[in-house]
Design a protein around this ligand. Structure first.
Ligand code: ATP
Ligand code: MG
Ligand code: MG
Ligand code: MG
Length: 586
């Protein structure tokens, strides 16, 4: 395809936009790829859309290569399915909720687990229909608390989301592995470095979850890695500070629900983010943790981890009052031994969901129920769009004693990796992909089951897998730029070649036009700067700002039958015979 700059809907800017503080945001706006419509909401201009489409195409190819079938769901959805899974509430203020003229509740989908589950339920009924993997590339909406860095954290953004449906765990494992491999391929093809990190699988109740992080100093995620190859998102193993924690949307009233005998409940008593902030406390200062043994008449024994503001002592009566009809006592060393899932050196947690209420004094009481089977590490707080964090790295004997206190510790450079693979290094990154074994949570909530070989109904097990398509455009711009502008890798560049015609000689423009047409015929994407009255200096500056990997200059050399090919990244220049120009571009 050939695009003439005299025709292109484009206005480049010399000045850096005032609201843009990271390079990718600045350059995508300056080079006329995107424009801001509202905070965290961007309009795609022609060049931006070309890059977005190329990223989509690579992702689509890799999804199709693992048997994914593309569909397209609405973004505007009824509330009912999200009520059935509790996410209408759980999503908190991140969810865009609206009503139609009949006052029925709707939402703008932040992700589509519910709808995919229902679609499969609608259409499939037998094990013979499975396995299935379906995906879409679609616009998502999240009212992010802090939209930032242009496309990196938008309130409207493009995501590839896929969902796998299997009858058994082996099937789910296989679907998960296929996605993992597909993601490695697509990020490699896109030219994006990535680190695969163990992620928190908390609120969604899943078993296995990994994130693909693009390492960059401007990333909001902190991850850890060890020389032995251990990697994890620090979110999964670190204490959040009160700034990271949103306590405003804890659902009330509390209800202690105990999903099984081996449940650790965590009670964070009286922690008030506002008060903590006023005092200048971090969560690590604020919380101390006491481990208690809870004996419940029907649910049996469990360990309860109570987090308290640092200056308070645990009041067993109050905890008992919260847990009625259970009895509570300090846990002993033997109690720990009775829970083999609790890895030595770590107290395990993995929260299932927050339950909140106010006590007689009006303090909020937030209770977490923890399943020891997903245990690694300890401690907790609430917040985030999935309703919680873990905060781990509380090493037994170092940060707490059995019936003593746990000081929630922040993960530090040099801490030992949990798998013993050496000291941890901290780095920053941006989440570009996320793969997740959901298990049967959504299928159960929405009644998706199929008949097995014996005619018995079996609840389907699911995976969900996301890629941040629009975020990737920004990540690429972050990785591929210099002080002059963007430097796209060829597979995602809006054009393979940017032709600059210099001077005023009509012969130059004729030759440049011919070259542009020839290259277009040879299936290259071409930007042709045919502006008649713009200086060579301005044209070169624009070519560098726009960032096509090859710049072909048609100018004075034409008299000798030559043109100049410049490599946008290295700056290397070569004189070429005009006839061979189209062959030499790669
Ligand atoms: P983050 O941790 O950055 O908030 P997330 O864990 O909430 O992301 P997922 O729900 O896992 O995101 O969604 C799948 C993918 O969608 C993410 O891996 C990310 O690449 C992308 N994504 C999520 N939120 C945004 C956003 N606000 N703007 C752009 N892309 C996003
Ligand atoms: Mg998020
Ligand atoms: Mg995340
Ligand atoms: Mg995620």
């Amino acid at each position: 395809m050939m695009t003439r700059l005299t025709q292109l809907f484009l206005r480049t800017l010399r000045e850096t936009p005032a609201d843009a503080d990271v390079a990718s945001h600045q350059l995508l706006v300056r080079a006329g790829y995107i424009r801001r419509a509202a905070p965290g909401i961007y309009t795609w201009l022609p060049l931006g859309l070309k890059v977005l489409r190329k990223v989509e195409a690579i992702v689509r190819e890799e999804m199709e290569a693992i048997g994914g079938q593309e569909v397209h769901f609405p973004a505007l959805l009824p509330a009912e399915p999200y009520r059935a899974t509790n996410r209408w509430e759980e999503y908190g203020p991140n969810l865009f909720r609206l009503q139609d003229r009949r006052e029925n509740d709707y939402l703008l989908a932040p992700t589509h687990e519910e709808m995919f589950t229902l679609a499969v339920k609608d259409m499939y009924s037998s094990y013979k229909d499975l396995p299935a993997t379906i995906f879409q590339i679609q616009t998502k909406y999240r009212d992010e608390a802090r939209p930032r860095a242009g496309l990196i954290r938008g309130r409207e953004f493009v995501m590839k989301d896929s969902y796998s449906f299997d009858i058994d765990d082996e099937g789910l494992d296989a679907a998960y592995s296929r996605h993992r491999v597909a993601y490695e391929k697509m990020f490699t093809r896109l030219g994006l470095d990535y680190v695969i990190c163990e992620a928190m699988s908390g609120a969604m109740g899943g078993s296995k979850s990994e994130e693909f992080l693009f390492p960059t100093a401007i990333g909001e995620d902190t991850f850890v890695r060890s020389p032995g190859g251990y990697t994890a998102n620090a979110e999964a193993i670190q204490t959040p500070t009160p700034e990271d924690v949103d306590f405003s949307d804890v659902p009330a009233p509390a209800q202690i629900h105990t999903p099984g005998a081996k449940t650790i409940a965590t009670l964070v008593d009286g922690l008030n983010a506002e008060a903590a902030r006023e005092q200048g406390w971090s969560a690590a200062d604020t919380l101390k943790h006491v481990v208690l043994k809870v004996t419940h008449p029907t649910e049996g024994e469990s360990l309860l981890v109570v987090g308290l503001p640092g200056d308070r002592d645990v009041d067993l009566k109050r905890v008992e009052a919260a847990l009625v009809p259970a009895e509570v006592e300090p846990a002993s060393e033997d109690d720990f031994k009775a829970y083999p899932e609790l890895v030595p050196g770590f107290i395990g947690t993995g929260h299932i969901g927050p339950q909140g209420r106010k006590d007689e004094d009006g303090n909020s009481v937030i209770t977490y129920l923890m399943d020891a089977r997903v245990a690694r590490g300890s401690a907790w707080a609430t917040g985030g769009d999935e309703g919680g964090y873990h905060t781990i790295n509380n090493v037994f004997g170092r940060d707490f004693d059995v019936d003593g206190r746990i000081e929630a510790a922040e993960i530090r450079e040099g801490d030992p990796a949990p798998d013993g693979s050496g000291p941890l290094e901290l780095a920053r990154g941006i989440e570009i992909g996320h793969i997740f074994q959901l298990g049967r949570k959504y299928a159960k909530a929405l009644g998706l089951s199929v008949l097995d070989e014996n005619g018995k109904a079996r609840v389907v097990t699911m995976g969900s897998y996301g890629v941040g398509i629009s975020r990737i455009v920004a990540a690429l711009a972050e990785e591929y730029h210099d002080e002059h502008g963007l430097t796209w890798p060829i597979q995602v560049a809006p054009a393979h070649i940017h032709i600059v015609a210099t001077g005023k000689d009509p012969a130059i423009f004729e030759a440049a036009t011919q070259l542009a047409e020839d290259l277009d015929d040879a299936q290259f994407d071409v930007i042709y700067d045919d502006r008649p009255k713009v200086s060579a200096g301005v044209k070169f500056a624009d070519a560098e700002l726009l960032g096509a990997p090859n710049i072909l200059v048609v100018g004075r050399g034409l008299a000798e039958g030559t043109v100049e090919l410049r490599n946008r990244v290295t700056g290397e220049k070569r004189e070429l015979d005009i006839a061979e120009a189209s062959q030499l571009i790669t």
